[in-house]
Design a protein around this ligand. Structure first.
Ligand code: F6R
Length: 613
């Protein structure tokens, strides 16, 4: 994970780099560091902890310079301490590097360098890389770009790196393989970052650096790109579609609650230009361009991690119900390593908010190499996964900054439902009348979410009751089973309360043993979808004195009367219930975490973009 930022130009680099790190802090917050060249000196400052700790440390230092690089770390090699924090110096302290990724053959490279007289201070793979670059540079008498190129030819692993050199304060060299890197092009200045968020404030002209590409940013010159194999490339400059207001809290105390409240808008954005009420139709260009692939698919394989996997499970229910295509939902980390059976008639759908998740990226590579057609569902425009797929559909949820995924989840589900309905309509496996009814209802969902959000205060009040809990169980059936999994994940990741999601009827096969009056059980018991069966499951919990928190359909009294707390959501088609039921569960997790005093936007040990396997 880790976030990297770089700047070279006419302005003071420090404030730009610090602001950039703050924008990227969602990627990791174990330590932070900065390197600046000024007056013939290469100054490196580091702090354990957050960017704020670095700012405090650097306040007593010389922070001048109009070239610099900076890093916020999510520890992989070596514990999160000061020595392991980036940037890392080379042996002579001529070079400094920042790195996001993992160098897999670092031990072997390190051994070789030790034999050449290099000594190491940290436990990181990154220090090995900077020493290697210096060694190659000195032994071949080449410039920094060539040294980076030669060194990277010896490296196995994933990286986005930026390197600067004390004696050449007019150049930053950067490269990527597997980890993201974006260059912002201003007037007589360049910006570098793991994503576009630190750049948007200064320029909307960006270059997404490709895999195995090396970028040289030199004062007074245009950007130069070549591959690790030494092939010159013409930079493809793109316009950024992002605004600064999307990156700020806008009056909310946390990004997570802002993003929960944004959902009526983000869902409308996901549907914009795609769902037409007048024509009662759904249009997805990725579908239109590849219709035959969808209609002839013998099987769909969805591959994803975490929350995106939960969205994928909802996709499975919809594809099987509407399009009558068998679907497998795979954890990318398992799929990529278990030699799965994949063939040319498979349609593989990777789902990823960040578009950078290492396991999902590897799953895509594998499926592609076996000839499957890959249709990506991603949120971050220009990220690695959408660049690797044959076609796809962006979710258009806007930047998601809270580490716990909320608006990206509902946007993913929306895209999956649109796709399933569209295939079903084209294949004739659903009726026109049902299709049109669903199109109309889909367009109503943002307003229905607004009505649920009005209950925020009530949810925040009863959430206080549950801060005592050590464990939670979440239950749902059908389309609501993945919602139960997602509700449990939201709670555990931000409040550190252990929570499990189960299909409601599975309770009696084991988990019911856990029920006591101490155990809160969240049950999604909406009218659409096996209502009576879920009511029976609730009775079973009630009989064992479990505390019931229910998500019910407006007007329901039966489940309400059986529950200790209940939240109503508007009625809708069964397939759309997840879009509504997810909202109170997000709010509940948020409020419990806030009352417990947890850092909801940056939960411990987590990072937003998991670019390591
Ligand atoms: C949970 C969460 C994670 C991500 C997972 C996949 O709130 O955010 O479980 O869903 O790391 O990330 P993406 O979707 O970026 O591939």
């Amino acid at each position: 994970m880790c976030g990297i930022v770089g700047y070279i130009g006419k302005q003071q680099a420090y404030p730009i780099l610090i602001k950039g790190l703050q924008r990227l802090e969602y990627r990791g917050y174990d330590s932070a560091g900065i390197a600046l060249i000024h007056d013939g000196k290469l100054n490196v400052y580091k702090a354990k902890g957050k960017v704020a700790d670095l700012v405090q440390f650097a306040s007593q230092k010389d922070i001048s310079g109009n070239i610099g690089i900076a890093h916020t770390r999510w520890a992989t090699h070596g514990e999160p301490n000061l020595v392991n924090a980036h940037p890392h110096y080379s042996q002579s302290e001529e070079l400094a590097i920042i790195h996001n990724g993992i160098i897999e053959n670092y031990a072997l490279l390190k051994e070789g360098l030790i034999k050449e007289g290099y000594t190491f201070h940290s436990e990181t793979d990154t220090e090995v890389l900077v020493q290697l670059i210096e060694y190659v540079k000195k032994s071949n008498g080449v410039d920094l770009t060539s040294a980076v190129q030669l060194a990277l030819n010896q490296v196995i692993g994933a990286y986005a790196i930026c390197v600067i050199e004390k004696s050449f304060p007019d150049v930053i060299v950067a490269a990527r393989k597997g980890s993201p890197l974006v260059v912002g092009i201003g007037i007589d200045e360049f910006f570098l970052a793991s994503d576009a968020t630190p750049i948007v404030e200064y320029t909307d002209q960006v270059v997404y650096v490709g895999d195995e590409e090396i970028v040289t940013l030199q004062r007074g010159k245009s950007i130069e790109i070549k591959t690790i194999a030494n092939v010159q490339k013409t930079p493809e400059i793109k316009k950024l579609e992002m605004t600064i207001s999307q990156l700020e809290k806008g009056g909310y105390p946390h990004f997570m609650i802002k993003e929960i409240f944004e959902q009526p808008k983000t869902l409308s954005d996901s549907m914009r230009g795609r769902v037409s009420i007048d024509e009662k139709s759904i249009k997805l260009s990725g579908f239109i361009d590849n219709k035959e692939k969808f209609l002839n698919a013998k099987r769909i394989i969805i591959t994803a991690c975490g929350t995106s996997w939960h969205a994928g499970l909802i996709g499975k229910y919809a594809f099987e119900e509407f399009a009558r295509i068998p679907v497998e939902v795979e954890y990318s980390s398992e799929f990529r390593y278990r030699n799965p059976v994949i063939n040319e008639q498979d349609l593989v759908i990777p789902i990823s908010q960040s578009g950078e998740t290492a396991d999902t990226l590897a799953a895509v590579e594998l499926a592609k190499s076996k000839g499957a057609f890959i249709f990506g569902i991603c949120n971050v425009v220009g990220a690695s996964i959408p660049r690797m797929t044959h076609s796809g559909c962006y979710t258009h949820a806007g930047p998601e900054i809270g580490v716990a995924s909320t608006k990206a989840f509902t946007a993913q589900v929306t895209v999956l439902l649109m796709l399933a309905l569209l295939i079903g309509k084209e294949k004739g496996t659903i009726t026109n009348a049902f299709y049109e009814k669903c199109v109309e209802e889909l367009a109503n969902i943002p307003n229905k979410i607004k009505r649920i959000l009005e209950q925020n205060e009530t949810i925040s009040q009863f959430a206080k009751t549950f801060t005592y809990a050590q464990n939670f169980i979440y239950l749902g059936r059908g389309y609501n089973f993945p919602v139960a999994l997602e509700g449990a994940l939201k709670l555990k990741e931000i409040s550190y309360i252990h929570a499990e999601g189960y299909p409601a009827a599975e309770m009696k096969h084991g988990p019911i043993a856990l029920i006591s009056q101490e155990m809160p059980v969240v049950v999604i018991a909406t009218k659409a979808g096996m209502y009576e069966k879920v009511v029976s499951n609730i009775q079973e919990i009630k009989a064992r004195k479990g505390k019931i928190i229910s998500i019910v359909t407006e007007g329901d009294v039966v489940v309400k009367n059986l529950s200790d707390y209940s939240i109503s959501i508007p009625d809708t088609e069964e397939c759309f219930v997840p879009l509504l039921a997810a909202i109170p569960l997000q709010l509940m997790a948020y409020h419990i975490a806030v009352v417990k005093g947890c850092n909801v936007d940056q939960p411990r040990n987590l990072a937003k973009s998991v670019t390591v396997e």
